[in-house]
Structure formats: structure tokens, C-alpha cells
Design a protein around this ligand. Structure first.
Ligand code: S3P
Length: 468
């Protein structure tokens, strides 16, 4: 059994992963509320226990625990919280499970270098703050037990990315290093999980940095992100020494972990922006929730049911205003080298939807395009913030009878290959209508309009939108 102490952002995913790979997992949380929520929703067990309370931990002693993973956080506390959660917690876990393999998730913040140097596990750490010294003491305790210390870089992933969120909310700063900003060392949550899995499954002891392969300065990363998200570059600022974590500037090496065969799925942050279907989308949504606005790219996004004229009208709009046209259905079939009916047949609608989201992600950073989308793109909640960000959103609507007429001559739409396409279109409109409506900046009823007339309307209102 693997005991996972701390089921927060990392611990919960780690528990899911290890359980999914056949390990028996017991999750420990600090609050009874979290344990209750996890017990209700997860296929693995979760219980509440305050690990700073030795008697409480000893009650877990009859569980057949072979591995203990300590990934509880100090909940932003100061030295006292650090001592309780890390030092006392580890001591109590060791007393209760004397022969278990102990893995402790520490932090690359133990490297306090400010000179941009490359650091590895042999580089001495001399933490100046008390919290840093406590972390180091906890590491030494674990190493003395022949355990494993995983020094994690800044964890990001779906719902959590300080770098992107701060950029989009215009709260980011480029700190120090002659205007280049400090080096950022990050790790995607899923890669942290795969690293910890490897360390516990192979029972490797010692210290390992868990960091991706691309240390970048703030300027380097923000330059790429600003272009991708049509956002302004953050201003330069003096390093903030009031932060909970002291200012550091160093490149953390992952060579030791890679020598064990570990390879990150996302070697750099931009790889995750390009390929993680939830990263950009969830952070855009958080920014929308927090501030009501996000940067919008200078494109026109056309949405609506099959047959509403997205591609035809899209082409005409593009001609009128000198934009290029791109069609998500074409992107999907081009990258898959298969027609859409073939993808539906081989991979089901689920496979098609994954490819459609990937197509949408590939459009981040584009400008001056009319983006025609597949009618079902709004059915995936994570596509919605992406669509909103990608441009001025236009919904072409029409009566199901009109749509049925317009689509009757082609048989390349798997969802309409049935007895009564009009009824299917009506049912789809019932479900998707509210989604189109919510997303759209402009709504046009096209039943009685020619494609030219519709395109004229779109071009004129887009011009206005881009001017303001
Ligand atoms: C679909 C619409 C199609 C295509 C796929 C699924 C849908 O695109 O993406 O057949 O779910 O409505 P068009 O709307 O361009 O026909």
C-alpha cells in the first residue's frame, strides 16, 4: 500500500495515477471535509489525519503501508507550520511505519543562487530563511532513513499557472537580471507525477530535482506567451524580496532524473501550452471569472450548426477584409490524414473531439484569420474560453428546416446520417443553442440572407469591434 500524505493539487493526481496503475492507495488529508469529498468521488480511500499529532498517526499503524509519500504543504504558513507539517509529520510517519520507503516532496527553492548558475543535486544549499532551513532539515531526516527527496520546481497544470494567469491579468513583472528577469524553473503536474511514480516504484533513494528541461528567463517565456495570447509584455521591476519564496535566479538540472529514464511529457512550458488541452483553457476561464475580460486575438470565429454557412460565409468575409481562412474541420482531417467520417468511425466522437481541441490550440497566436469551426465545437466546455480568446465570435443561426435543406446533398457529416436529419438538427439546436448564444458577440439569422449579405454584416461589425 502507498500512503499519500497531502491530497492537494499534486497528491490527488498522484493518488489517481498510482491507483490507476494497480497500486493500493490510501490518501491522507488534513481536513475531514477534503477526506469526505475524496471518499465520495474517488475509487481510492481517503481519511483525515493531522500528521503533527503523533497519536493520530499511530492509529494508522495497522495499515499495510510499504511506501509513504509526504506531499503535504505548509498551507502558506511560517516556520511553526513548517516544523509541524514537515519535521514532526515526517517523524511521526517514520515512527508508525519504520520499514516503509519514505519519499518527501521538497522544493527547488532550497537552491538560493541569484547568479543564473546551473545547479544540480550536488550543489550546496545554504538557505538563509528559517523556513528554508527547516525544509533542509526535513530533507536530511529523510535521507538518513535511506529515503527519497524529490525537489519540485514550480508546479503548474490545469487550473494552476501563476505565470500565465499573471500575464493575462496584467499583474506579471520581469524581475531583475538586467531586465531579462529571473530564470523560471517549472514542472507540469503530470510530469511531477510520473517522476514520483518512477522513484517510488523503483525505490530509488537520494535527492532528485523534478523540473522540466527548459529553464527560461521571464523575458524569454513572456515574449513567447505574449505573442501566443495577444497580451502586452509585462513591465520590468526590481526583484521583490518580500515574497514568501526569496528571489532566486538559477537553472535547475534534471540530468539525474533523466539518467533513470524519466522523460517529461512537456519538456518546456510552451509544449504544455500547445498540447495540454486544459492548461490555457482553464487559466483563460479563471481570468474571465476574476476580471471579466481576457485578451482577444484579432480574428473572427464563426460558430453555428452544420449547414449554417460557416465555411462559405467565412471565405467571403475573409475576402472582404483581407483575412486568411482556416477551418477546424480541415485542420483535423489534414493532421489525421483521414476524412471526418473515417475519424468518427475509427475513434468515435470522443477521438474526434480531442483532435478538434488540438486544432483549436494550434490556432493560438494567429492573427488576421477567419476561423470557421465545426458545429459541435461548443460541446466541450474547455473549448469555450479558447474560442472566446481566439477572436470576435459570430453565431450563424437558421431554422432546422433550412439547415436540413442545406446539408441534404452531402453525406460527410456522421451526425446527420440517419432517417430524420431535421429532427436531429432540432435536437442539436436545443442543446447547443444556449452555448452558441452565450459565446457569441454577434448573432445572425441567415434563413433569408444570401451568403454575401451575411458576410457583409459580419465584416462591418467586425470592423467596429476591432476599432474599439
Ligand atoms: C459536427 C459538425 C461538423 C464536423 C463533425 C461534427 C457537429 O462540422 O465537425 O461532423 O457535431 O455538429 P460542420 O458544422 O462544419 O459541418
Amino acid at each position: 500500500m502507498i500512503l499519500i500524505v497531502g491530497c492537494g493539487y499534486l497528491g490527488e493526481t498522484l493518488a489517481d495515477d498510482l491507483h490507476g496503475r494497480g497500486h493500493q492507495v490510501l490518501g491522507v488529508t488534513h481536513s475531514a471535509e477534503s477526506a469526505g469529498r475524496l471518499s465520495e468521488t474517488k475509487p481510492w480511500r481517503a481519511i483525515a489525519c493531522d500528521i503533527s499529532d503523533g497519536a493520530a498517526v499511530s492509529k494508522l499503524g495497522n495499515e499495510p503501508v510499504k511506501t509513504v509519500i509526504h506531499c503535504a504543504s505548509s498551507s502558506r504558513g511560517g516556520p511553526d507550520a513548517y516544523r509541524r507539517v514537515f519535521l514532526e509529520g515526517l517523524n511521526h510517519l517514520r515512527e508508525t511505519f519504520p520499514s516503509a520507503h519514505l519519499l518527501f516532496t521538497s522544493s527547488t527553492s532550497v537552491y538560493t543562487q541569484v547568479d543564473g548558475s546551473l545547479v544540480d543535486e550536488d550543489t550546496p544549499c545554504q538557505p538563509q530563511r528559517e523556513t528554508g532551513r527547516i525544509l533542509q532539515e526535513a530533507e536530511q531526516f529523510v535521507l538518513a532513513q535511506n529515503g527519497t527527496v524529490a525537489r519540485l520546481a514550480g508546479i503548474y497544470g490545469p487550473e494552476r499557472s501563476v505565470v500565465l494567469k499573471n500575464l493575462l491579468l496584467k499583474e506579471a513583472k520581469i524581475e531583475g537580471n538586467d531586465g531579462q528577469g529571473r530564470l523560471l524553473n517549472q514542472i507540469h503536474r503530470d510530469d511531477a507525477v510520473s517522476a514520483i511514480r518512477l522513484l517510488v516504484e523503483d525505490r530509488v533513494s537520494g535527492v532528485f530535482n523534478v523540473v522540466d528541461s527548459t529553464a527560461q528567463t521571464q523575458r524569454e517565456l513572456y515574449t513567447l506567451l505574449a505573442a501566443k495570447f495577444n497580451a502586452p509584455m509585462p513591465p520590468v521591476a526590481e526583484p521583490n524580496h518580500e515574497r514568501k519564496r526569496p528571489y532566486t535566479h538559477k537553472a535547475v538540472s534534471n540530468n539525474k532524473l533523466r539518467a533513470l529514464g524519466w522523460r517529461p511529457e512537456y519538456p518546456g512550458y510552451m509544449d504544455a501550452i500547445d498540447r495540454d488541452p486544459l492548461l490555457a483553457s482553464s487559466i483563460l476561464q479563471q481570468c474571465l471569472d476574476a476580471s471579466g475580460s481576457i485578451p482577444r486575438a484579432p480574428n473572427i470565429v464563426v460558430i453555428g450548426l452544420m449547414g449554417c454557412g460557416k465555411s462559405t460565409v467565412g471565405r467571403l468575409v475573409a475576402q472582404k477584409i483581407g483575412f486568411q481562412v482556416v477551418d477546424t474541420d480541415h485542420l483535423v482531417s489534414d493532421t489525421a490524414h483521414q476524412s471526418i467520417p473515417a475519424i468518427f468511425q475509427r475513434e468515435g466522437e470522443v477521438g474526434f473531439r480531442k483532435r478538434e481541441t488540438a486544432a483549436l490550440l494550434s490556432l493560438l497566436g494567429k492573427r488576421g484569420h477567419v476561423i470557421a469551426t465545426g458545429g459541435g465545437i461548443v460541446t466541450q466546455p474547455h473549448n469555450l474560453p479558447l474560442l472566446k480568446h481566439l477572436g470576435y465570435v459570430v453565431w450563424l443561426n437558421a431554422e432546422p428546416s433550412t439547415l436540413a435543406k442545406r446539408t441534404s446533398s452531402s453525406n460527410d457529416r456522421p451526425l446527420l446520417q440517419n432517417e430524420d436529419p431535421e429532427a436531429k438538427l432540432r435536437a442539436l439546436l436545443d442543446v447547443r443553442g444556449p452555448l452558441y448564444r452565450k459565446l457569441a458577440d454577434l448573432r445572425i439569422r441567415t434563413d433569408d440572407l444570401s451568403p454575401q449579405e451575411t458576410a457583409y454584416g459580419i465584416a462591418e461589425s467586425a470592423r467596429l469591434h476591432f476599432c474599439t
